[in-house]
Design a protein around this ligand. Sequence first.
Ligand code: NDP
Length: 407
Amino acid sequence: MNKVLLIGAGGVGSVVAHKCAMVPEVFGEITLASRTKSKCDAIAAEVKKRTGRDIATAQVDADNPVQTAELIRKTGASLVINVALPYQDLTIMEACLAAGVDYLDTANYEPKDVAKFEYSWQWALQDQWLAAGRSALLGSGFDPGVTNVFTAWALKHHFDEIHTLDIIDVNGGNHGKAFATNFNPEINIREVTAECRHWEDGQFVETAPMSKHQAFTCPDGVGTYEIYRMYHEELESLVKHIPTIKRAQFWMSFSPNYLKHLEVLQNVGMTRIDPVVYNGVEIIPLQFLKAVLPDPGELGQTTKGKTCIGNVITGIKDGKQKAIYIYNICDHEACFAEVGSQAISYTTGVPAMIGAKQMLEGKWRKPGVWNMEQYDPDSFMADLNVHGLPWQYIELTPEQAAGFQVA
Ligand code: NDP
């Protein structure tokens, strides 16, 4: 019987706990641990109510690898699913090696003091993980995660060479609050205020944050939204592992209201990540801001509308130009009805469970540190359809692809 340890009891951790509990034949024993045990206990009670399954809970400070390794050994887990924060990736990986178990996360490591999104730190561990015979799967959320698998699937089944990749993440949901972020506010705001980088002709090109945008009409009546080009971490691994890609860009939708609030918060210094002294105490403005913003885990109750996340991919097949759009649409209210969370946590938590399932079933499990596109996409794609994130694809003309005319 497989035993797993989940670390992180936020919006995503709650979805992963529910979804693992719904697949008992793969996830035999589940322990949910986090810095605040009461949050784990509250999620365990919800899981019991919805699925009838008991999950164990524990307190852990995942910044401490010795304490984390001790907990891993105590639970007897063979895999740790890390859905704490990107700051904990390296210490949890260290703990996994010490305890001799496998590892999965949904976001690349970030140092706390600089908003720097890159795989370098985790890729540098490749030799250690190879030597230990343990397997680490990086970025098994939606983006990164499903978007990487969509790209690998397109390459396997539709293209001889991929030339352009545009990942488009639209959240057409409305939570009814003046301002809130859909996942951890600190991580979210660090990401959207960072310099934009996209891949063009063999190098990353830097542009000002949010400086390029356009309208995008989602298929199936989800609506038309303004999407902004920004940097996202899957671009780094995808252009490395699929070297025929000439241009890769990532786009995300933002409402005028979100941008208005963000601009003010930036202008007044509330998004700073360097410490300031207030009443003799050092505080980090962005961390203080997180404490006063709505908890993303609580947004499910009020959020209505849909997400639409997918890839526009062009390239050649049998010597001819070809373009496709592959996407998933997810309904916030349906997610809430199923597991008590909004669609952003859901679209991250379900792929974390599916990635863990591939590892535990031995389909995606080789020693070393791997990104999602480095594995055969088919079993993961099949599981998306079974476990709540069905996908579709449509063929586009090159003109439609160039203008993102997918609907
Ligand atoms: P939350 O802030 O809601 O939850 C984070 C959890 O981690 C909290 O329970 C927190 O505990 C816990 N935690 C923080 N520090 C520690 C620590 N030192 N030791 C133990 N536990 C700790 O975040 P989300 O659920 O929104 O996001 C979780 C992860 O998912 C993040 O890494 C995020 O970047 C990633 N993500 C990935 C996406 C993708 O598509 N790939 C999309 C969205 C998110 P406490 O309650 O005590 O603070």
